[in-house]
Ligand binder design. Sequence first.
Ligand SMILES: *Cc1c(COP(=O)(O)O)cnc(C)c1O
Length: 457
Amino acid sequence: MIYVSTRNNSKEYSFEEVFIKGLADDGGLYVPKSFKSYTHNELLELKYLNYNELSSEIVHQFSSDFISKDELSKLINKSYSTFREKEVVKISKLGEVNLLELFHGPTLAFKDVAMQFIGNLYQYYLSKNDKKINIVVATSGDTGAAAIDAIKGKTNLNIFVLHPNNKISSVQRKIMTTVEENNVFNIAIEGNFDDCQNIVKAMFSDLKFSKSINMSGVNSINWARIIAQTVYYFYSYFKLNKKTISFSVPTGNFGDVFAGYLAKKMGLPINKLIVATNENDILHRAISRGDYVSKEVKETSSPSMDIQLASNFERLIYYINKSDSKITKDIMKKVKQNSYQIEKNKLEIIQKDFISESCSEKETLDIIKNIYEKNNVILDPHTAIGVGAAHKLSFNDCVVLSTAHPCKFPDATINSINKYETLPEELSHVLNKQENFQVLENDVEEVKNFVKKNIKF
Ligand SMILES: *Cc1c(COP(=O)(O)O)cnc(C)c1O
């Protein structure tokens, strides 16, 4: 498959480059030049595949020049053998709504679905290439844990994870910082998630630095993550046996919901994708009225969505502008100056596929309470926002992506219902274990120096 950058689509890239580099040198995001759209009959043929088979089928569409279908299948089986659910994900009922439980992987959030796969994809790549790679990634809490679990102990790979100091839940932090393998480095930045993400971007754009350390990125713009996430949209559609289906997606960086958009572009009969945000509602303002202007990040009880500028939104901008990379590049300049208003005709295109809603802090805690009283289920605050958005928009029988296990966010559930879920047995040890992380200023050079100093293989 041929890939291009959203900011210059005259240059072509392979899946390998796209996967290993994450972000294009011109600052744009990689997108496939074209891809398969399944017909109704072709979709019927996929209906009875199990999760791993379906995953191999879909991921293969995008990576056939990199890995054979057979090897891919093996890799996927290995990746998902670490999950507590045999079928990787689980669909459960919550009143009329369907919950798509994506948190049965090793670090209890949906990020594991893509990350376990990516960890093994790196290993596959390194088995063919005599290289050493340094992964640097910013996290709002869950990506880092999932990436660390996927990379820890793998040879010729180091991972450096930047999280915003004191701005993620302590359970989230402990899952990352109690890992003992010596190829894992946790850095707490004195700033917010956007600061962490900006540092990683600046490190990438310093080509001399990033090339010198073979820097690689696994944040949610990595195309390999997106395609692994596309799979569960297909899976839900087949399992629920409906004519059309809508999804409510708790959204931060627009990665997960973009995977749903990709599924729709691949022919899956999705009606609407609900973009559910917390009080950091830039995407809600953008999708409901074209206002893509960021404000100060607020800290909420759903920290994995405390994001203003959503990196993956650039891919949507590219597609609604008919794959015109010149226009996309100009728009991204406006985004950088924080002055992008989406034109009315473009907004109408977006609103064919997307609808949005946001939930305040109080609403989020009320939803957790209502659901607990009505259904005796404890939701994590991110999932609660997905449920709340679906309710507010009267999408009563949609599929809500349940993105995290409630035990990761005990403070939120205690605030709401004075109860918390305990960690699954295999993770309970993290609560009392010695933590290991370095606090650094919000400063690119400091982080670069730390990385250079600690590179070891
Ligand atoms: C990362 C995350 C999100 C947001 O996903 P995006 O792909 O960034 O939109 C939502 N919920 C949880 C629990 C997460 O970890």
